[in-house]
Design a protein around this ligand. Sequence first.
Ligand code: ATP
Ligand code: IP8
Length: 244
Amino acid sequence: MIIFKLGGSVITKKDEYRIPRMETLRNILRVVDKFQGKKIIVHGGGSFGHIKAKEFEIPGRVTPNTRKGYAVIHRDMTDLNQLVVSALIELGISAVGMSSATLGINGKVVYDHAQNLLSRGITPVLYGDVYTLRGGRFGIYSGDTIVHDMAIRYKPSKAIFFTDVDGIFDKDPKDNPDARLLKTVNLKPQFGLTRNDVTGGMEGKFSTIQKIRLHCKEVYLLNGNYPERILEKRRKSFIGTVIS
Ligand code: ATP
Ligand code: IP8
């Protein structure tokens, strides 16, 4: 089993509301398709999720405003999901989208439906989305947390994260031209301010990955603009971060 996370930073223009990057998405999926065996695909929100989550103040209490936001974000995320699912179907992969908004009730996300389809050879395409929390609140369930849930359940051989940067750097490469790519991570890197992101950005991802690693032999982070790099993962020249 391999779990792939398609980051919203690379499959969408993260600062332009609801703009997908279709060619990049297709390129990533062509590479995903080269891997044999069972797969779970998870994607994040990018500009289909984070912009409106911030605007409508979700996570937050249930109010007329957050109720409206809940509906808009779920609609937008489902639209993005269907773009991913359609691209997979075009590649000949039987994929079905599943949202944490419908799998999650009062803080708990139940994946039996995904398991049921997996056992019949269908590839579930799970995605970060709004969900309900106890105490009259709405929350955001991150795609990275879904990868963690899936890792606990399936103990995959690999989890592969595609984002818009080459991997984890010692500091945010977007603000620091001298940032150094960390081929493996021993020390805690510095993280930049999260832009257009309500689920913690790279810092949140880093802490979730530490937990994923407990259930998965190898975690890779690489640039989804060059997805074919993952095929060179065993080479010394591999451009990305490996946590093993
Ligand atoms: P989404 O949550 O929408 O799925 P994503 O998972 O693709 O997005 P982000 O959470 O946006 O990715 O994280 C990627 C961003 O993290 C990069 O664009 C980069 O600028 C930023 N970043 C901050 N600090 C670092 C760091 N130390 N190393 C690498 N990237 C960093
Ligand atoms: O982008 C959150 O998932 P992530 C999705 O994987 C939303 O953190 C709705 C913001």
